[in-house]
Ligand binder design. Structure first.
Ligand code: OGA
Ligand code: MN
Length: 300
């Protein structure tokens, strides 16, 4: 029998608070928020956005015009920010804005101006290889290729809700080590030893099912597939359980794929949404700015 998914949440129809309209993008995840200028957000509007974010997991704001400091100020409404990862030479990508990461394939004067290149990025939770991953990420599009580079999101609540009962119980009893040695495009992080043995390689351990600290809902917390490890199991048993959990999770019916336009800002809840990115033409330019809001340790 197909697993049944609880369908009462998030809201399925567009809803409105004052001038703000919230239009769901898919059944389980994502909503476009209309009628707000992120440069001039009132406290009342912020409260609506925060509520919509918890309900819809990912929010899309179109036609924004954000400077670096505008995006930083908007992101700070949600909490303190993490510092951006350093570039390959150990330097911040934007020295004037150390909390701003550049996600780009553009190479200028022999130096990549940002991270992740133009290849596919596989399903992942941001920085779940750290003990305290960010609670959310805001990605803002400055330049986009004519096609490709779409970003997909999936609901980890719906993934959990849809697991067959026996698999749910097994997932609730285990922790997973999230691999730190590769990035989401499969590149080796040069300062770490390659993961010759997933039982001992670098990463952080989190419960496979955690409770979202603000919504109280249970979410499957898988991170990335490659080099994941269910702690305490033999590698063969860990691989088998991870394969089962991933097969039950990466389903189109609980995902939404966003096609970018310049001026889009997408804010995802990194505690209950996974994301991936399609490859795009390496000869085209894609330039995005990313901020990340500090999180708390995933717990159950
Ligand atoms: C990220 C990420 C996907 C994209 O910035 O964390 O996964 O579409 N980006 O660039
Ligand atoms: Mn990411």
């Amino acid at each position: 029998m197909e697993p049944q998914i609880e369908t009462g949440y998030p809201p399925k129809a567009p809803w409105r608070v004052g001038d703000i309209e919230i239009v769901p993008c898919s059944e389980h995840i994502g909503a476009e928020v209309r009628g707000v200028d992120l440069n001039a957000l009132t406290d009342e509007q912020f409260a609506v956005l925060h509520d919509a974010w918890l309900k819809h997991l990912v929010l899309l704001f179109r036609d924004q015009r954000l400077s670096e400091s505008g995006q930083l100020a908007f992101s700070r409404r949600f909490g303190d920010l993490d510092l951006a990862p350093k570039d390959q030479n150990g330097r911040p990508e934007l020295p004037d804005f150390p909390e701003m990461a550049v996600i780009s394939n553009v190479v200028e004067n022999g130096r990549a101006i940002g991270a992740l290149g133009s290849s596919e990025a596989v399903w992942h939770i941001d920085m779940s290889y750290n003990p305290i991953p960010p609670k959310g990420s805001a990605l803002y599009a400055l330049e986009v290729p004519p096609s490709g580079g779409d970003t997909g999101f999936l609901s980890c609540y719906a993934a959990y809700d849809g697991l067959p009962e026996a698999l749910k119980r097994r997932a609730e009893g285990v922790t997973i080590k999230h691999d730190a040695t590769l990035n989401s495009t499969g590149q080796q992080r040069t300062h770490l030893e390659p993961a010759h043995d997933v039982r001992t390689s670098a990463g952080a351990v989190h419960p496979a099912v955690h409770i979202h600290p603000e919504t109280g809902r249970r979410a499957l917390y898988l991170g990335r597939r490659t080099n994941g490890y269910v702690t305490g199991l033999s590698v063969a048993d860990s691989e088998a359980l991870l394969d089962e959990l991933w097969a039950a999770t990466t389903r189109d019916d609980i995902a939404w794929h966003h096609q970018w336009r310049v001026g889009d800002l997408v804010l995802w809840d990194n505690r209950c949404a996974m994301h991936r990115r399609d490859a795009f033409d390496p000869g085209a330019r894609r330039v995005m700015h990313r901020t990340q809001i500090k999180g708390t340790k995933p717990c159950n």
